[in-house]
Design a protein around this ligand. Structure first.
Ligand code: EPZ
Length: 417
């Protein structure tokens, strides 16, 4: 397994282009199953999770070709409705293929995705919504055997939690249903809006409002789409945390601050200067940060749970005591023990992390055990005294494209071994 070697305390300067959003690209690739035609998806990041989604598309009968950062998906000949376990388990968010395979094939057979490092990740909201719309789901033997007898019934689904995946699955399952399907308390993440934009370009009729209501009006057929995936707000926030912690002056091209407004005040109150334009964001920091006492992760438009770990890493050397409450996932503090190995002083009590700022972090051998926790260890290594070896980099490669190249371009002393 590869690892990253980082010699810290180099300030970061210059500019990088932010990659396309993993969490938009994945549901859009799943949506290609129900789009009958050739779709061209630009700004697709080169990530192992994207590769896993492409393998599922090819298994279902799509032809997929990559040209640089564009994927060409020909979904005219879909012949299969089951996704084998080995493909499902490579990436638990493959559950979003359920809705699109059901729409196209009226049947779907896949295994229940397991939990992952950050939590149990149940799919009860997905399944109860689909059952309410008339999908018959047999969960015996750990598989999901799903079938739509004729056409999906329209209905009003009120989600008890604004689940991103459940919102996306209901949207994908309802595009051909007769009449209008309404989702109340739907997720409002920018990636959900990007999926709706892709679907509407293909001839679907999906409307979202700012209050979290989604209305899907069934259509009869769809056609190929050309679409550019929006930029990855979590990658932007991770690199911002790196600059804030290590100090420097960096411009993130394609960063779209309106996708992460809730996190901007955290950087400004910590002492960074943020200059955001329509499609770029500049962050300036002297590396000496103040503590932030009231970070609580929430569904969009609140503070994003995926940025919790990198921003915790940035606050390890903050002056004073910072407090972070993780409200979305029940086990998303696994990076704490590794940060403490580097000299951080973090205590966890249930969903609350208390970060007592220290004057220095020290390089150490640490291990990434999940995607964003791995991003956090890279942020900490960049501002630590001495050499850090981050192992378990395959977790980081799931969501950060060419992380060492981007950081090296900004002046970091980092290499992959
Ligand atoms: C998406 O996961 C993202 N993944 C996650 O990003 C992100 O952290 C999450 O949304 C929240 O923003 C993708 O888009 C591929 P949820 P998802 O359904 O859809 C509970 C990353 O690092 N829940 O909104 O799985 C669930 O347990 C990843 O890029 C149920 O209880 O998130 C969790 O506590 C990590 N029952 C909460 O809701 C359900 O049926 C949020 O889950 C579904 C969810």
């Amino acid at each position: 397994m590869s690892e990253l070697i980082i010699n810290g305390k180099k300030s970061l300067k210059g500019e990088i282009d932010i990659q396309g959003a993993k969490n938009s690209c994945l549901p859009i690739l799943a949506a290609c199953v129900l789009v009958e035609g050739v779709s061209v998806i630009h700004n697709c990041p080169k990530l192992s999770d994207v590769n896993a989604a492409v393998k599922i598309l090819e298994h279902l009968g799509c032809k997929v070709e990559r040209k640089g950062s564009s994927l060409f998906v020909d979904s005219r000949k879909i012949s299969c409705y089951n996704i084998p376990t080995e493909l499902m388990c490579q990436m638990r968010s493959s559950i979003v293929f359920l809705g699109s395979v059901l729409s196209r094939m009226k049947k779907a057979k896949l295994c229940s995705p397991g939990g992952c490092e950050i939590g149990l990740r149940p799919i009860d909201l997905h399944l109860s919504a689909l059952r309410q719309l008339g999908v018959s789901i047999d969960e015996s033997a750990g598989d999901l055997n799903c079938e739509i007898k004729n056409r999906l019934k329209p209905g009003v689904i009120s989600l008890s939690f604004p689940s991103v995946g459940a919102t996306e699955n209901i949207m994908l399952a309802s595009v051909f249903s007769e009449g209008k399907t309404v989702i109340l308390n739907a997720a409002r993440e920018p990636e959900v809006s990007d999926l709706a934009l892709f679907l509407n370009k293909s001839g679907c009729r999906v409307k979202l409002d700012a209050q979290g209501t989604v209305v899907i009006e069934g259509v009869k057929n769809t056609h190929g789409v050309t679409h550019s995936v929006l930029s990855d707000r979590i990658v932007s926030l991770t690199y911002m945390a790196a600059v804030a912690a290590a100090g420097g002056d960096v411009t993130l091209n394609r960063a779209c601050a309106s996708d992460f407004l809730a996190a901007i005040p955290v950087f400004e109150r910590a002492g960074c200067r943020i200059i955001s334009k329509k499609n770029s964001l500049r962050i300036i920091s002297n590396g000496k940060l103040s503590c932030i006492k009231d970070i609580r992760t929430m569904p969009f438009p609140g503070f994003p749970t995926d940025a919790q770990a990198p921003i915790m890493a940035m606050l390890c050397k903050g002056k004073g005591t910072s407090v972070i409450v993780e409200n979305i996932f029940e086990n998303r503090f696994k990076h704490v023990s590794q940060l403490n190995k580097m000299g951080a002083k973090i205590k966890v009590e249930g969903r609350v992390a208390i970060i007592d700022g220290v004057s220095e972090l020290y390089g150490a051998p640490v291990e990434a055990v999940d995607l964003r926790g791995g991003g956090a260890l890279v942020v900490a290594a960049l501002c630590a005294e001495g050499k850090t070896t981050v192992s378990g980099i395959h977790h980081v490669d799931r969501g950060y494209e060419k992380i060492e190249e981007c950081l090296r371009k900004l002046g970091a002393d980092i290499e992959r071994r």
